[in-house]
Design a binder for this molecule. Structure first.
Ligand code: HEC
Length: 233
């Protein structure tokens, strides 16, 4: 990928300066040093747990935002397919997918979108971090993990801004194949070609990963876990 990624685990760093005495002069000193050491380790562990707790709460928020957008998209797609068939559904996806994501973003404070390595709308093209996570999802799926359970979160620093990023895989279902599969009805194929001349989002089969929801949210920098310093391409 030609990109350097430097990982810094802050929890480990916080604990690192605390080292047991190399040479204790007496057994009482050694005991008290050990007590101090144990206390410092306990504080370090507690701080780590507090940070992890804050991150868990934010990831839970991200999951909730994904569920909201997923159900809105599903409803829009379902009713469009029912009312006007595939052609109407393509128009609805084209008109509403980005708008629904923007609404969920405004309501939750998370920047919510969808992405894929084989995207239909170029606005959904993955950035380097997303590309790396999508590749990770593919590897985990190949290793036997269930596609609908794949998710990933990480603290990332880009251009001086810290943010928590979260992705959740989107598996390809049967209903998706009419517009993302290998055989697309001629009228639908023509409509897709017209709206998305550089469409890469066809040729999928059921069970494959279609893409992922991708979310990010800036942080005040207080509750920080793992940080990645990202160098933009
Ligand atoms: C009626 C046709 C249609 C069906 C059926 C359909 N999609 Fe799409 N899909 C689209 C269109 C059109 C876009 C581009 C939307 C946009 O412009 O943002 C799209 C975009 C996407 C994207 C965003 C990434 C990209 O390629 O731009 C994902 C992810 C996605 N679809 C997943 C699915 C899944 C999963 C299903 C089945 C549950 C599905 N789609 C069913 C038409 C369809």
């Amino acid at each position: 990928m030609g990109r350097t990624t430097e990982r810094v685990d802050y929890d480990e760093q916080a604990l690192e300066p605390i080292k047991p005495p190399m040479q204790a002069s007496s057994s009482t000193d050694e005991d008290s040093m050990q007590r101090v050491f144990a206390t410092l380790v306990a504080i370090g562990v507690a701080l780590g747990a507090a940070r992890a707790g804050a991150e868990d709460a934010q990831v839970a928020e991200a999951r909730q935002a994904v569920q909201t957008l997923a159900s809105q998209l599903k409803e829009a797609l379902g009713s469009a397919l029912q009312q006007g068939g595939v052609d109407e559904a393509i128009r609805v996806c084209q008109r509403e997918a980005q708008g629904l994501a923007a609404k969920v973003s405004a309501a939750t404070g998370w920047e919510v979108a969808r992405t894929s390595t084989r995207y239909r709308n170029p606005a959904n093209a993955p950035d380097p971090w997303e590309r790396r996570v999508l590749a990770g999802f593919e590897a985990r799926r190949a290793a036997g993990e269930a596609p609908e359970t794949l998710e990933f979160s990480e603290w990332v620093e880009t251009g001086g801004t810290r943010m928590l990023r979260y992705m959740k895989a989107i598996p390809t279902g049967q209903v998706c194949l009419g517009c993302h599969g290998t055989t697309i009805a001629p009228k639908a194929a023509a409509a897709l070609r017209e709206a998305y001349p550089e469409d890469r989002a066809t040729g999928f089969s059921a069970g494959e990963l279609r893409g992922a929801f991708t979310l990010k949210k800036g942080s005040s920098g207080e509750c920080r876990g793992r940080l990645v310093n990202e160098v933009e391409p």
